[in-house]
Every structure is written in C-alpha cells, then in structure tokens.
Ligand binder design. Structure first.
Ligand code: CA
Length: 475
C-alpha cells in the first residue's frame, strides 16, 4: 500500500513538473492593415519584394484559407483580441474618434488576449494602431497591456506634420493638415511623444527594442504589433519610393513602398529575435485585419486576386487574408494548411501554447486551438462552419467545407463552390437549393446568438445600405 502510494506520489510529482520543464513561448502577433491578399511574395505577389515575410512564411505554416471575422478594421480587431465573434457583444462598426464616447469601444465586459496572458505571467505589450475605442477607459494599458506605444485611432499619417487626404463623405475627399485622428499624438503608455521619422519604420524600431529589452526576462512576453500600413494615407519614405520608380501608377507605387517598409520593419525585428536567441521559442502570427480596399473608401491600390471583392465585402476578398503561424519549436516549417481557420483562433492557440487557462466564468470562445491541426495530430478541420455578419444583419456569409453561401444587402442569396470557383463567379444557389437552404438556416441559427450593434459610425448614415457605394464589387 505504502509502495503504491509513493509510486502515485512520484507520478503526480512528475506530471506536475512536466509543464514547467517546457519553456513557455513568447507570443508575437503581427497585424498589417488593409493588405491585399496577393501583395506579399509568399502569397504569389510579384511586384513587391517581401523577403523577410517570405522567410517567415517558409519557417512555419501558411494557412491558405485563413479568415478574419469582419471585413473592416475595428470589429476585426475586437474579434481576434477576444477570440469571439464580435457581434456577440455588439461590435459591428468602427468606433467614433471621440474621447468622450463611452460606448464606442471594446466593451469592458470582454477579456482580451493580453488580459489572459498577463494573468498567466506574461509581460504584455502593444505597439501601433489601437482602434478599439478613444475613451480613456479603452486605453491599451487598461485592456491587459503592460506597455504601449502607438496611436489610439484607426489610422495615422506616416510623415510627421504632413498633409493627409481624408474622406469627408461618399466619394468626397479633402486634403487637410489637422485631421484629428490622422494626426493624433503618438503615445508611450499615456504620455505624448514627438513624431519623428516615418511611422512604420518607427513602429518596427519600437518592436525591435521591445523584443531585445525582454530577451533575458525570467517571464515570457506577448507583443501585439499592429502596423497601420498599408492603410491610407498613402505616404512612404523617399528611399522606399525610389525603389519602386518603375511602377507607373502613383498610388500603387506608394503602396508598394509602404508594404516594403512593413517587410523591412518585420525583418529587423526578426533579426533581433535571432540575435537574442529567442526565435525557436517564439510563436508568431501574421495576418492582415481585412482584405485590401481596391476601389472603395480608403482605396490603397491593393490587389486581392484571385479573390472576388475587397475590404467591406463578405466575398472572399474582404475576409480571406494572408495568414501565417510560425513556431519553430513545435510547428514544422514550410507547410501550407488548407482547412478554413479564422483570426478568432489566435487567442485559444496562444493560450494553449502558453499553458494558460481561461477563467471558466468567462464567455465561451468561438476560436479553437489550432496547434493539434497545424501539427497534423488532428486531421479533421478545426471548424464545421465559419460565419460573418455585417452592418447589423445587412450582409451574411457562411463557409462550410468548400461551400460559401452569402447574402449582401437586398440581393438574392448566392452559393459558390470554392474548390472549383475561388473567384466566386458561378452562383450555384439555384442549382443546389438544398445546400443553400442548409447554410441559410445555419446563418439564421448563428445569428440568434448575436446582439444588435451597440454603436454605429456609418459615415453614410444609419445602419442600412450605404448609397450603393458598398455594393457588390466583382473584379
Ligand atoms: Ca483594416
């Protein structure tokens, strides 16, 4: 009896010691803003060299069917930082740029990835675009981030003191010097710091400094690096613009310079990870927050081909994005993963990698831990279905296997077989009514778990269709 007891004690001790023996990884979430699906080398793009991002892709898994949970900036961020469909908590529009707007931001009832990792003993930092509320209660330091450097709005000029082009209504633009959001102060935590140099380069320097500063810490770190590039305004360093002098279209030339600057900034940070011996034990995600806006508001000359549509659409071009997961210590290099995954999976994947548990009292997650799937321990797909809802129910989409069902505004529902028709050109809704009906019914059931938008900031008025401007946009 005593022997049995001591054996089980030994076993229990060994089990308890097992997680500690494994080094908990650092976690790095890199987000580009309004990046086209086809505008980096690892996605097949040809005219913008992105050698550092390409090497990052080769070091891990490229998810070919990687999605975000919303086709515009802020709701997408609310989704991946909570691991929940953001419509569950009324987050369906970009927030107002208004420091007195107490409802325009990530509800305080929600728990962020940073909250959970900080509770698990991580040092947490955010660098770059916030866009989850301008009121002080939504500040990154109050949403789980120990350290913050960046700006609180949805965009920012890249060149200090520069004039920027802003949208002032449907199709109308103005050049202004003092747009409050685009020229909001850069902050280190809550302290204003001067604008110096080109912004993407600066964010990269801050990220490099952060991973270097924490390299010898006893605690692992989590860094959320949110570039606003290549979102408008179209501005880049002169030396980067000169590299792309052969691109005749000015907007595309500037876009290329902006993407190349993101690549350069990522490259410098990765070099710092290598130099400090942290690369193997760092789990890295790279995504864009939504598809490239080609012709709509804030068009930046991005290219989403071969996908249909763009930012603001529930066609693939709005929601399917470059999506990398890299962890040399655990995930084999050089692969692709073709089952649908979504940015909501980043949070549970990171928590699992960190050995962190989520408080059972918190709301259920929609994302899942991707590690068993990316390491091929589980050959089933992580999601039976993925869902999208826009503008309080004006548009819906569902992905189930290779099927994609969608309904936009007042248009008739459409059904596509993505395995044969990635560009969503042949509507099969009439040919396969049973599948269309099943997915419509699934969307309706999912919708019953959502709430109405808690705030709206539609510049074209109301929650209903925006003057046809955001209508279907086939390539
Ligand atoms: Ca965006």
């Amino acid at each position: 009896m005593r022997r049995l007891l001591s054996l089980s004690l030994l076993l229990a001790t060994a089990l308890a010691a097992a997680p500690a023996a494994e080094v908990r990884p650092n976690i790095l979430l890199i987000v580009a803003d309004d990046l086209g699906y086809n505008d980096v080398g690892f996605q097949g793009g040809r005219d913008i060299p992105t050698p550092h991002l390409d090497r990052l892709a080769a070091a891990g898994v490229r998810c070919t069917d990687g999605y975000v949970s919303y086709p515009v900036c802020s709701p997408s961020r609310a989704g991946f930082l909570t691991g929940r469909y953001q419509q569950r908590f009324g987050y369906e529009f970009n927030p107002k740029w208004d420091a007195t707007a107490v409802t325009h931001g990530l509800p305080l009832s929600e728990t962020t990835l940073a909250d959970s990792l900080r509770s698990a003993g991580y040092t947490t930092g955010a660098i770059g675009k916030w866009h989850l509320g301008a009121h002080p209660q939504f500040h990154p330091n109050r949403r789980g981030f120990d350290e913050y450097f960046g700006f609180l709005g949805g965009g920012h000029r890249y060149l200090p003191g520069s004039l920027v082009e802003v949208e002032v209504g449907a199709g109308k633009k103005a050049i202004v010097s003092g747009d409050a959001e685009q020229s909001s102060p850069l902050l280190r935590n809550s302290t204003e710091v001067p604008e110096v140099g080109e912004l993407t380069t600066r964010l990269g320097e801050e990220a490099t400094a952060s991973v270097t500063r924490h390299a010898r810490d006893s605690k692992p770190w989590f860094l959320y690096l949110a570039f606003n590039a290549p979102h408008t305004p179209m501005q880049a360093r002169a030396d980067q613009l000169a590299r792309f002098a052969s691109i005749a279209d000015e907007r595309r030339r500037t876009y290329a310079a902006m993407v190349a600057t993101v690549d350069e900034a990522v490259g410098r940070m990765l070099a710092a990870l290598d130099a400090t011996g942290q690369r193997e034990r760092t789990l890295i995600f790279f995504i864009s927050d939504n598809g490239g806006p080609m012709t709509k508001r804030n068009a930046n000359a991005s290219v989403n081909s071969p996908l249909r549509g763009q930012k603001g659409d529930v066609f693939e071009g709005g929601i399917r994005v470059p999506f990398l997961v890299v962890w040399p210590a655990r995930i084999p290099a050089g692969g692709t993963y073709a089952q649908p995954v979504i940015s909501l999976d980043i949070l549970p994947t990171a928590l699992a990698a960190a050995g962190a548990t989520r408080d059972a009292k918190l709301a259920a997650l929609d994302g899942v831990d991707l590690l068993p799937f990316l390491t091929r321990k589980n050959s089933a797909g992580p999601h039976a279905r993925l869902f999208w809802r826009m503008d309080g129910g004006e548009a819906f989409a569902v992905r189930e296997g290779n099927w994609k069902w969608l309904r936009t505004y007042q248009n008739t529902p459409q059904l596509y077989d993505l395995s044969a028709d990635l560009g969503e050109t042949r509507d099969l809704a009439a040919a396969r009514p049973e599948i269309a009906a099943r997915l419509a019914s699934a969307a309706a059931a999912w919708n019953r778990g959502l709430i109405a938008p808690a705030f709206g900031n539609n510049p074209f008025g109301g929650l209903i269709n925006r003057t046809g401007l955001e209508k279907d946009s086939a390539p």
